[in-house]
Design a protein around this ligand. Structure first.
Ligand SMILES: [Zn+2]
Length: 267
């Protein structure tokens, strides 16, 4: 599933890629799988988007947020298998195209989603969808991060994955951040020293920025073009030597999620 660096890379490509979406007007929206549209009918979604212009392309956590006056804000969550591409009109038809936005320059913004878990919303205020989420992980300062972890029950790994605590971190970047911080995924957040929380905050930023610099991680067919998978320190490295101490990386399951860490130097 795309996480913050992958979604941010998609946002950057939509803003300034070879066929930028920014500034384009939507001639027609076409919903081919109505269940991906949340909170309104496909017909209402299509009607409201007609003639809207893409004024801004942002992101909060794993959500893309497009400002489309006068229609409102379009939010997109790619979930397991969602893909967004700006393509020539002749390439719009694919077996898994769920929503198409036909643009005024002859291109199409295409939302492909083989497994159909992706969701789109059209709202006046993005907060209608995002209000339950914590701050975006890239915007979260160290003091706020510390305060948000303090007093929370449970282990660090599930807390990092909890989008209500901090938005944007998923399984890959949680494992990569904990390895960098030399902290066990099983360690309790409660009672953690301020310096330790600070170390984790720095490690989260470092892992996310490393991911961004590599255009994200491409570990399956859904998200192509990233290189961060070649720089993983912990994620998916089960049995391989820890790059710090040489002992094998272990795989355990924490909160139903596969978790990779070095039991020797992450304590
Ligand atoms: Zn180690």
């Amino acid at each position: 599933m795309p996480e913050l660096p992958e979604v941010e890379t998609i946002a950057r490509t939509l803003r300034a890629g070879t066929t930028p979406l920014l500034g384009r007007a939507i001639q027609r929206a076409e919903v081919r799988w109505p269940r991906e549209v949340t909170g309104m009918s496909a017909a209402a979604f299509e009607a409201r988007l007609r003639g809207a212009r893409v004024e801004a392309i942002g992101r909060h956590g794993k959500y893309l947020v497009l400002a489309l006056p006068p229609a409102g804000h379009l939010l997109i969550h790619l979930r397991m298998s969602g893909r967004l591409d700006v393509v020539a009109a002749a390439e719009a038809d694919t077996p898994h195209a769920r929503v198409l936005w036909w643009l005024d320059d002859g291109h199409v913004l295409r939302f492909d989603d083989a497994r159909k878990f992706g969701r789109v919303w059209l709202v006046d205020d993005p907060a209608e969808v995002l209000q339950a989420l914590g701050p975006d992980a890239l915007d979260l300062g160290v003091d706020d991060f510390r305060a948000r972890l303090a007093g929370k029950r449970g282990a660090l790994k599930p807390l990092l994955l909890d989008q209500r605590v901090v938005a944007g971190i998923g399984n890959i970047y949680a494992d990569e951040a904990l390895w960098r911080a030399r902290l066990s995924p099983l360690r309790a957040a409660a009672g953690m020293r301020a310096t330790t929380a600070g170390r984790l905050h720095a490690a989260v930023q470092e892992a996310l920025h490393a991911g961004l610099a590599a255009n994200g991680a491409s570990i399956d067919w859904v998200y192509p073009g990233g290189n961060f998978q070649n720089d993983f320190k912990a994620y998916g490295r089960t049995g391989q030597p820890c790059l710090r101490c040489g002992r094998p990386i272990r795989r355990i399951v924490v909160g139903q999620r596969a978790t990779h860490f070095c039991p020797h130097c992450q304590t």
